[in-house]
Design a protein around this ligand. Structure first.
Ligand SMILES: [Zn+2]
Length: 90
């Protein structure tokens, strides 16, 4: 028997994943992309880097689109957004 040394070092990803809730697509995004129709939007949209199909609107409060602030707001909104339960165990 040979020594199987498969190194699935995902510590870095796991640390990032811990910050974000799972997407309804079933994956946990490691990044949230923010987009809006202006540089300092009142409302903006964001989606995860998993599927990019589930997007949510959140209040950006005129924060700069490139700021850490808007990124933080998007991640909060992402985690707080209601999701359909993954298992329909009714
Ligand atoms: Zn997704």
């Amino acid at each position: 028997m040979s020594e199987a040394k498969s190194e699935e070092s995902s510590a870095e990803g796991a640390a990032l994943n811990a910050l974000l809730s799972a997407c309804p697509c079933g994956k946990v995004p490691t990044a949230i992309y923010v987009y809006a129709d202006s540089d300092r939007p009142k409302w903006a949209y964001c989606h995860g880097n998993c599927c990019g199909e589930w997007n949510i609107e959140f209040r950006a409060g005129y924060a700069d689109l490139a700021s850490d602030e808007i990124q933080r707001l998007s991640e909060e909104a992402w985690n707080a957004a209601p999701r359909a339960p993954a298992d329909n165990a009714d």
